[in-house]
Write a protein that binds this ligand. Sequence first.
Ligand code: PLP
Length: 365
Amino acid sequence: MIPLIDLKAQYQSIKNEIGQAVGRVLESCQFVLGDEVAAFEEEFASYCGAKYGIAVNSGTSALHLSLLAAGIGPGDEVITIPFTFVATVAGIVYTGARPVLVDIQLPSYNIDVDRIEEKITERTKAIIPVHLYGQTADMDPILEIARRQNLKVIEDAAQAHGAEYKRRRAGGMGDLGCFSFYPGKNLGAYGEGGMVVTNDPEYARTIRMLRDWGQGSKYHHVLKGYNYRMDGIQGAVLRVKLRHLEKWTEARRLHAQKYNQWLAGTPIQTPVEMPFNRHVYHQYTIRLPERNQIQTWLQTQGIQTGIHYPIPVHLQEAYTDLGYRTGDFPISEKAAKEVLSLPLYPEMSEAQINIIGSVLKERFR
Ligand SMILES: *Cc1c(COP(=O)(O)O)cnc(C)c1O
C-alpha cells in the first residue's frame, strides 16, 4: 500500500537531530514556551518575511487570536470561503462574529476575488483568504479591496508554509498570518502547534498576552485570555524541521511535476500553479467527475488517497445556523464532489510516483 502520507519516513531521516533537540528541552525542563519556542518564533517569522512570530498550540488558536487582536467580535462579519477545513470558519464563530462566505474559483480552489465586494457590508471587518493545498490566494486584489474598504486581512496559511506570491511569502502579506504545525502539515510538530506572524508590534503584544491568560506580567491579567501556549518540545522539534523545509518543499514540487507529466492527456484536471505563485503542494489534489469510483478502485490497486474536503462548510450539519443551502456556492459544491488527493510527501520515491502515475494513465487510456 502506498500511503497518502508517511510521517515515519521523515522521522527516520532526522531521528538523531530530533533526539538531541528533545533531550535539550527535557534537561532544561522548559516544557511550556521557553528558549526553544522563542528561538523558533524568530526563525519562522523571518522565514515568512515577517517581524514577529507568536507561537500557539494550534492553527485554530492562531486564527482565533488573530481575529481577537484585530478587534473582531459579536456583530461583526468576516469574509472567507466554504471550501476549506472547518477550523477557518470555527475561528470566526469563536469570536462571536458571523462568517460570510464567498465561493472559490477554479482551477486555483481559492477565493474568487471578483465576488468579495458584493458581500461587504458596514459590518464587515476582515477577510480571511485560505491558501488551499499550498498555493496562495490572489493576494494583490484582496489587499487592494481591504485597503479601500478598511478591512483587515488575516491569511489562513495553515497549508502554505513557504508558499510565495510575487516573491512574498505566505503569512507575511496580510495584517496577520496564521499557521498550523499539525503533524501532517508541510511543517509538522510531534503534537499540536500553530503560529501567528505579523509586522505589527501591537498585534504581536496583544496575541502574546492572549495566548497566556491575558497576562501583562505574572498574575496580572490585563485581558481575558486563553491557555494557547506552545510546548517547549514542539518548539525544539519545529526548529530542527524548519532547517529541512526548503529541501522538503522542493521534493514536493518535483513529485508534483512528475505527476503532472504522467497525467497529461488524461481527462484528469491536475493542480494548476497560478501565475506569480510558488505552490508548496501540501496536497496534490486532482479533479475528476467519477471521483468516488476512482478512489475505490485506487484502493484495490494499493494506493491510498484522500478527499479534501467532501462537504463544504456551509453544508456541514454544525453550521446550518449560518443559513446557507445547497446551491449557494456551486463551485465549492462541485469541487467537494470531484477532488481527490494523491499520495504526496517529500520522502516518496520516484518509483512510487511512477506506479501511481502509470496506474491512472492506464485506467484512462
Ligand atoms: C489544519 C488547518 C487549520 C487548523 O489547524 P489546527 O492546527 O489543526 O488547529 C486551519 N485552516 C486550515 C486551512 C487547515 O488546513
